[in-house]
Ligand binder design. Sequence first.
Ligand SMILES: Cc1cc2nc3c(=O)[nH]c(=O)nc-3n(C[C@H](O)[C@H](O)[C@H](O)COP(=O)(O)OP(=O)(O)OC[C@H]3O[C@@H](n4cnc5c(N)ncnc54)[C@H](O)[C@@H]3O)c2cc1C
Length: 551
Amino acid sequence: MAKPVIFSIDDDPSVLNAVERDLRARYGQDYRVLPINSGKAALDYLKKMKQRNETVALFLVDQRMPEMNGVEFLEQALRAYPQARRVLLTAYADTEAAIASINEVGLDYYLMKPWHPPEERLYPILDELLEDWKMHVRLPYEGIRVAGTLWSLPSHEVKEFLTRHQIPYQWLDIEKDSNARQLVEDTTSGVAKLPVVFFPDGNLLVHPNLKELAEVLGLQTRAGFPFYDIVIVGSGPAGLACAVYAGSEGYSCVVIEKAAPGGQAGSSPRIENYLGFPSGISGDDLTRRAVSQAKRFGVEILSAQEAKQICVKDAYRIVQLADGTEISCHAVLVATGASFHILRMPGGDKLTGAGIYYGAAYTEAMYYKDKHVFVAGGANSAAQGALYLSRFASKVTVLIRGSQPTASKYLIDAMEENEKVELLLNTDLIELKGETTLEQIVVKNTVSNEMQTFDTAALFVFIGVRPESQLVADLVKRDEKGYIYTGADLMLDNKPPQGWALDRPPFLFETSVPGIFAAGDVCYGTNHRVASAAGAGTIAFAMMKEYLKAL
Ligand SMILES: Cc1cc2nc3c(=O)[nH]c(=O)nc-3n(C[C@H](O)[C@H](O)[C@H](O)COP(=O)(O)OP(=O)(O)OC[C@H]3O[C@@H](n4cnc5c(N)ncnc54)[C@H](O)[C@@H]3O)c2cc1C
């Protein structure tokens, strides 16, 4: 932890040196003693300290300085560090100003020059003030801080990215916290772009994209080599399972992930039906374990790097990334999963991130403490989201289109037993209202046709799952919804798909292009479960191995 700072401010170099020497001798071990020769320079330095979230224990300031006197300095400095103790260094002639400043700036003490011997005239006073400061101070948060507004999509994306990478951060809501607003204004010269991410070393990023953020965080965003045996696109359970087996069997392998590892499973507060975890495991815990396992076997995992397209060149499969670079390999696994649709209805686009969240209950739940929130969807993910939100919200209403939720029985039971959760069956979402943030939703009962409007600040959406298969849209065979056909699903009348040039039929999980495999939720016929995706990723690897053997 950075040491708290004791400032000594004096324009007279000989006094400044003497104060510094005495302060260091007594307090140097526990505090950083910082001598500065003008109030203005000290105020500039304080801004940088705020950016690094460092703390000031004490200001020892000369009253008589040309540009700005001691009291004027304290008036400004205390806005940033109101808890710091303040001592004015005065000459006899300044006594009146010093007494007046006891009220003006809550001066703790004024010291007459000279203060020698310090053991009698300086240390006892400062010891007491510093002890008092230590008793009352709330030490600042030392990690990453994200300043933004609750209602902004970029702020939400940054928080989600950090959460998904299990990187702790402190959220500063500039609409509620005037110090946070001041910090943002001071450090960004008023350029109103949010969020601002403050790093402990004093660096900051304004409105960063995920790749910039990942790079500053030291996450790997670029592949170490131009060629791998196996490239995996997507780091959900399917991709990570394949990666663990590929790495463990000595294949060179890289995983490309456009956001953070874990996929949909990573956003689950508690997966209770995964083999071997009788009391459940959170998605981020499962992800952390899988990522470390894959890395231990030498697999590279890139974050915030999107694969845009896959193409074929002779025996090579080439993955083109959003940043324009390419990675080639012999075999690719498309494990890009599925994501929730943006709601196509009035208000859907505009309010995304401003009260409407897609599968993000985990990141945002705590900001809706004691509020009435809504969940759209009746499957497992929606049920988990509702149960998780009920820990914070005063009430969670779940909008279910059908006459019953389709979630697993244990989740339906848990929702029914939960007093805070209300299920609205046969209910269609019709409209989302709000100027800049969500304010109301309009729903319709599909049996009675009755319309109802509810006030709410948040709607968590878990409906409209769609496969993320655009990167192979022009390459492999897919169904009308975009799910990728693999293995036996490609066979028609016992014949492989048109254009298939090999003597053998497609392997299990192989697509209509040899050497390009697909597993998990992106595939046709999947059952959208963590275990199924992990199993599919594992078998896909076994089939890739067969493919590679024959090259
Ligand atoms: C909230 C929630 C709770 C759930 N709870 C459970 C549960 O309790 N039990 C259960 O069995 N199942 C549960 N599921 C379902 C389960 O999580 C999924 O079936 C499973 O995660 C699918 O795994 P996957 O690897 O196929 O794809 P995903 O998990 O969807 O992962 C795909 C990954 O690919 C990345 N990606 C997509 N396109 C690209 C691209 N072009 N470039 C780079 N990366 C890309 C995505 O960012 C994502 O990280 C839940 C799902 C959700 C949303």
